[in-house]
Write a protein that binds this ligand. Structure first.
Ligand code: HEC
Ligand code: HEC
Length: 239
C-alpha cells in the first residue's frame, strides 16, 4: 500500500522528466498541426466544411476553404508557399472588393490587399501535414484518372482560351488573363492533377455556389487542360 502511494507521488516527477528529455509520442505532431491550424488559420479559413450554401455567404468568405486541402494541394508546394506566400488570386478574396475601374479595363486595387501570414519552416511542415489530412472529397478524387501525357502549349492555349473561354477569369502568365479566378500558370505546382480534372468537370461539386461555369467539358478536353496547366507550370510558355 505504502509502495503504491510513493509511486503515485513520483508519477508527476516522471512526466516532467519525460517532457524535459523532449520525448513525445508519435501522435503529438498530428495534434500540434491541428492545434496550429485552429489557432492561426481558422479565423479566416474553413477547416471543417461545408462550403458556403448561399451567394451571400460566398461573397462574405474571407479566405479559400481548406477542409479538402489534402485532396487539392501538393504537399511540397504547401510547405514552401506557407513560408513565402505570394498572391494566387490576383484580386484576392472576394475579388470584387479589390477591383477599381482603370483607363481601359478593371484593375486590382493593391492598397486593399494584405500580405498573407508566413510560417517558419518547422511550422509550415506541421501545418502542411495537418492540411494534407483534410480530405473531405476523397469521393470526387476517386472518380478521376489522369494518364501521363503532354500537349503543346499552342494547342493547349487554343483549347483553354479560344474553345472554352477560360482566360476570361484566369491568368496564364503574370499580368495576362482574367482577375476573378486564381492564376493558373502555377496550378501544376500547386494542385494535384486529379483535383484539376475534377474541378473542371464540376466546379459546383467542390463549391456549390462558385461562379466558375460548368462548361460540360469532354473527357478528352479535360485531360488536355490538365496537361496544358502542367506545361505552363514548367515554364514552357513564359517567353
Ligand atoms: C487574415 C486571414 C487569413 C489567415 C489568418 C490565414 N489565411 Fe490563408 N489565405 C487567406 C487569403 C485571403 C487567401 C487567398 C490568397 C490568394 O489567393 O492570393 C489565403 C490562401 C491560403 C492558401 C491557398 C489556398 C488556395 O485555395 O489557393 C493556403 C494553403 C492557406 N491560405 C493556408 C493558411 C494557413 C495554413 C494559415 C494559418 C497558419 C492561414 N492560411 C491563415 C487569408 C488568411
Ligand atoms: C466566370 C469565371 C471563370 C471561368 C470562365 C472559368 N473559371 Fe476556373 N475558376 C473560377 C473561380 C472563381 C474558381 C475558384 C476560385 C477559388 O477557389 O477561390 C476557379 C477555379 C478553377 C480551378 C481550381 C484552381 C484553384 O487554384 O483552386 C481550375 C483548375 C480552373 N478553375 C480551371 C478552369 C478552366 C480550365 C476553365 C475553362 C474551361 C475555367 N476555369 C473557367 C472562375 C472561372
Amino acid at each position: 500500500m505504502k509502495e503504491r502511494h510513493r509511486a503515485l507521488r513520483l508519477y508527476p516527477a516522471f512526466l516532467a522528466l519525460v517532457a524535459m528529455l523532449g520525448f513525445s509520442p508519435a501522435w503529438a505532431g498530428e495534434e500540434d498541426g491541428m492545434t496550429l491550424l485552429k489557432n492561426r488559420c481558422a479565423s479566416c479559413h474553413n477547416l471543417t466544411g461545408p462550403a458556403p450554401a448561399s451567394i451571400h455567404a460566398l461573397w462574405e468568405r474571407k479566405a479559400p476553404d481548406l477542409f479538402y486541402a489534402g485532396n487539392k494541394f501538393r504537399r511540397k508546394w504547401l510547405i514552401s508557399w506557407l513560408q513565402k506566400p505570394v498572391r494566387i488570386r490576383p484580386a484576392g478574396e472576394f475579388y470584387a472588393d479589390h477591383i477599381k475601374p482603370g483607363p481601359k479595363r478593371d484593375m486590382v486595387d493593391e492598397s486593399t490587399l494584405k500580405p498573407h501570414l508566413a510560417l517558419s519552416a518547422a511550422d509550415a511542415t506541421l501545418a502542411a501535414d495537418a492540411l494534407m489530412r483534410l480530405r473531405a472529397h476523397d469521393d470526387l478524387i476517386a472518380k478521376e484518372h489522369v494518364p501521363a501525357g503532354t500537349i503543346s502549349t499552342s494547342m493547349g492555349s487554343l483549347v483553354f482560351d479560344k474553345f472554352l473561354g477560360c482566360m476570361a477569369c484566369h491568368r496564364v502568365k503574370p499580368d495576362f488573363g482574367g482577375l476573378s479566378g486564381p492564376e493558373l500558370y502555377t496550378a501544376g505546382d500547386r494542385l494535384r492533377p486529379r483535383f484539376i480534372a475534377s474541378y473542371i468537370r464540376s466546379p459546383q461539386a467542390w463549391d456549390p455556389k462558385i461562379w466558375m461555369p460548368n462548361k460540360h467539358v469532354s473527357e478528352t478536353r479535360i485531360i488536355q487542360l490538365v496537361h496544358y496547366l502542367q506545361a505552363l507550370s514548367k515554364g514552357e510558355s513564359h517567353e
